[in-house]
Design a binder for this molecule. Structure first.
Ligand code: AMP
Length: 224
C-alpha cells in the first residue's frame, strides 16, 4: 500500500501537536515529535539530552547533526515503514535535505507538508497560557482549557507549571528562530509540489476537517 508521509510545519503554538494527535488516530500512523524525543532525553539525562538542554532552554535550535541522527534512527523503526507524521522536524533546510536523502535511499518521499498558518500575536497568546502538570505533562491552558482547580492537574492532582521554553522572552526567540530558520521550508516543499497551506486560526475541529479533506484529495491524486 502506498504510504502517507506527513510533515507538520508551523510556528510554536500553531496546534501541530493537537492535529497530529487526531491524525495519528485517523490514519494509524506513528507520531514523531522531535521536541518530545528531546525532552525525554533531557529527563533521562542522556548525552544527547545534556547536549540539547541549553539550546532548548534558550528557545534556540539544537544542532542539525544531533537532530538528524535522532530522527533518522526513529524513521528506521518498523512502525514508520508505512508512513509517519513528523512534528517539529525538519526545522531547517539542512534537515529537510537530510530527510529527503534518507527517504530517497529507501525509494520514499514526503507526501504532504502541511503548513499551519497562525500570526505571531496569536502564538504569544496561546503559548503564554499553556501549563503542564509536573507528574505526567498533561496539558492545560489558563484561558482555553483551564483545570477544574486553578494550578492543579485534573488527571493526577499534581501542580501545574509553565514550561521554561513557554516563558514570554523564550517564546519571542522561538518565533524569531521559526521565521529565520524554519520558514524557508515553505519554499523548499512548495518547489517539490507537496506544500499545503492551512488556516491555523480556525477551531481545532475545523482545522482537522480541513486537513482530512486535503488528505482525501491526495489519496485520490496518488491512489494512496
Ligand atoms: P518543540 O516541542 O517542537 O517546540 O521543540 C522544543 C525545542 O526542542 C525547540 O525549541 C528546539 O530547541 C528543540 N527542537 C525540537 N525539534 C528540533 C529540530 N528539528 N531541530 C532543532 N531543534 C529542535
Amino acid at each position: 500500500m502506498p504510504e502517507l508521509n506527513l510533515i507538520l510545519i508551523g510556528p510554536p503554538g500553531a496546534g501541530k501537536g493537537t492535529q497530529a494527535d487526531r491524525l495519528r488516530h485517523d490514519f494509524s500512523l506513528p507520531y514523531i515529535a522531535t521536541g518530545d524525543m528531546l525532552r525525554a532525553n533531557v529527563k533521562d539525562g542522556t548525552s544527547l539530552g545534556k547536549a540539547a538542554k541549553q539550546h532548548m532552554d534558550a528557545g534556540d535550535l539544537v544542532p542539525d547533526d544531533l537532530i538528524v541522527e535522532m530522527a533518522a534512527d526513529r524513521l528506521r523503526q518498523d512502525d514508520a515503514r508505512d508512513g509517519f507524521i513528523l512534528d517539529g522536524f525538519p526545522r531547517t533546510t539542512a534537515q529537510a535535505e537530510a530527510l529527503e536523502e534518507h527517504l530517497d535511499e529507501e525509494g520514499r518521499r514526503v507526501t504532504a507538508a502541511l503548513l499551519l498558518e497562525v500570526p505571531d500575536e496569536e502564538v504569544v497568546r496561546r503559548i503564554s497560557g499553556r501549563r503542564i502538570c509536573t507528574k505526567a505533562g498533561h496539558p492545560f491552558h489558563v484561558e482555553f482549557d483551564p483545570p477544574k482547580v486553578e494550578g492543579i492537574c485534573d488527571e493526577d492532582g499534581s501542580p501545574l507549571i509553565q514550561r521554561d521554553d513557554d516563558k514570554p522572552e523564550v517564546v519571542r526567540n522561538r518565533l524569531r528562530v521559526f521565521h529565520e530558520q524554519t520558514f524557508p521550508l515553505v519554499e523548499f516543499y512548495d518547489d517539490r509540489g507537496v506544500l499545503r497551506r492551512i488556516d491555523g486560526t480556525d477551531s481545532p475541529a475545523a482545522v482537522h476537517d480541513h486537513i482530512r479533506a486535503l488528505i482525501a484529495t491526495l489519496k485520490l491524486e496518488d491512489g494512496v
